[in-house]
Every structure is written in structure tokens, then in C-alpha cells.
Ligand binder design. Structure first.
Ligand code: PGA
Length: 252
């Protein structure tokens, strides 16, 4: 059975002290009230080592929001997958639309990042999703299929098993505009069918596909009730413990 997951993506928010405080608060909240799903927090690089010390990794997984497309060496300012792993992190988000758009990360670059992440024992939360213009032109299926083919369908079935997919329609990220649960289910089911065509039904059935884009405690239960939605990748609502916990509790 595939995993139910609620993952937070802090993005470029929280200084070190604020980040440690949030992680500590969440750790306490989940120790007192055990979640019914896997919980992951993905933080800026500078938080990872400290946050790793304050969380119970059997309850909360830790992830980075990015890693380098090079193994090591003279790449000023970059952080390698090996460095991420050495902090105690287990996950890395790759392919987020903000990285693709603002930092010009291409499918080729992302393919390299995915390979390095996996080679260093990290699980990858790989993001895909269409823009508003692509949705209006009814191209969303084409777009998500191409994103999978461009960066992760080169993997063996075994390695693909270490990938979590996050479907995030760009028009719903940070906009307050959520895809309806029907819209989300339709494309999640399509994504699963594309994975089944490539890797077979068993791999597809075991792949967790998260929804992201203005997911919050009020809409999470309806989204998570859909058969092909296995949880969420949460931006804004992961920045306050009570909001994030509210989404985690949608699995109860
Ligand atoms: P949001 O972001 O929840 O703030 O819309 C989601 C994401 O970008 O991962």
C-alpha cells in the first residue's frame, strides 16, 4: 500500500530561531497526538542540521527544498545531495515550479539532481504541474507527462519507487485558488495511468501522489478523500503549527 504523506515546504521563510521553534512545536504536537500519515518538513538548507536534532525522525521526516546538480567541487553557493543527507535529512523536493521558473531549472538539470539525490540515499518529492495558460488550453495532461518523461522516467522501476510525485497546478500555488477535488482527482488518476504505462500497475499503485496548491485544513479532507490523492505538499499553511497539524489531521 502506498504511503499517505503530508509534507511542508517552508520555502524562503523563517530565520533559524523561528524554524527551530516551529519544528519543536510540531514535534511536541505530534508526540501528543500521533499522526495517521507520514509527515515531512522541508526547510531551507541552513535549518536542516539543527531541525534534525529537535525532531523525532520516526514521526517527522526532514527534507531540503533543493540540491545541486553537481556532485561536489568548485560550485560556489551550491549545496550537494551528499551534504543534505549528512544533516540527517531523508528527503529533497526537486522540480518545484518556483525553481523551474525563477532559477531556470530545465528537465535535464532536474534529471541530474534526481540521480544525485537517489545516489545519496535521499527520497525525492518531484513536483510537476501546469501553468494557468496551459490549463486554459487544456494541455495539463501533456505538460505533466512531459515533466515525468523529462526527468524521472529514465529511472529503473526500483529507483522510481523512491520518488513521491507532487502535482501542483502553478495557478493554485500561493494564490488561494485550489483545484477542485474533482479537477485534482482527474489529473492524479491520469498521472497514475502514465506511471502504470511506463512501470506497470504495481509500481503505479505504490506511488504516492500528493496535491499542492493552496491546500489548507478546510479543503484537505475533501482532497484527501479522493482515491488517487495520497496527501499534500503544503506551502503557506505549513508555516504555522496549528494550520499544518489541521491538514495532518485530515487523515484521521
Ligand atoms: P501553497 O504552496 O500551499 O502556499 O500554495 C504549495 C507549494 O508551492 O508547494
Amino acid at each position: 500500500m502506498r504511503k499517505k504523506i503530508v509534507a511542508g515546504n517552508w520555502k524562503m521563510n523563517k530565520n533559524l530561531q523561528e524554524g527551530i521553534a516551529l519544528a519543536t512545536e510540531l514535534n511536541e504536537a505530534l508526540a501528543a497526538d500521533k499522526p495517521n500519515c507520514d509527515v515531512v518538513i522541508c526547510t531551507p538548507f541552513i535549518h536542516l542540521a539543527k531541525v534534525s536534532e529537535v525532531i523525532d525522525h520516526s514521526v517527522i521526516g526532514l527534507g531540503a527544498e533543493n540540491c545541486a546538480d553537481k556532485e561536489k567541487g568548485a560550485y560556489t553557493g551550491e549545496v550537494s545531495a551528499e551534504m543534505v543527507k549528512s544533516t540527517g535529512a531523508e528527503y529533497v523536493i526537486l522540480g518545484h515550479s518556483e525553481r523551474r521558473e525563477y532559477y531556470k531549472e530545465t528537465p535535464e538539470i532536474l534529471k541530474e539532481k534526481v540521480l544525485l539525490a537517489l545516489a545519496n540515499g535521499l527520497k525525492v518529492i518531484f513536483c510537476i504541474g501546469e501553468s494557468l495558460a496551459e490549463r486554459e488550453a487544456n494541455k495539463q495532461n501533456e505538460v505533466v507527462k512531459a515533466e515525468l518523461e523529462g526527468s524521472v522516467f529514465n529511472l529503473s522501476a526500483e529507483d522510481f519507487g523512491k520518488i513521491v510525485i507532487a502535482y501542483e497546478p502553478i495557478w493554485a500555488i500561493g494564490t488561494g485558488k485550489t483545484a477542485t477535488s474533482e479537477q485534482a482527482e482527474e489529473i492524479h488518476s491520469y498521472i497514475r495511468s502514465v506511471i502504470a504505462d511506463k512501470y506497470g500497475k504495481e509500481v503505479a499503485e505504490n506511488t504516492s501522489i500528493l496535491y499542492g496548491g493552496s491546500c489548507k485544513a478546510s479543503n484537505a479532507p475533501e482532497l484527501f478523500a479522493k482515491p488517487d490523492i495520497d496527501g499534500g505538499l503544503i506551502g503557506g499553511a505549513s508555516l504555522k503549527c496549528a494550520d499544518f497539524k489541521g491538514i495532518i489531521d485530515a487523515w484521521k
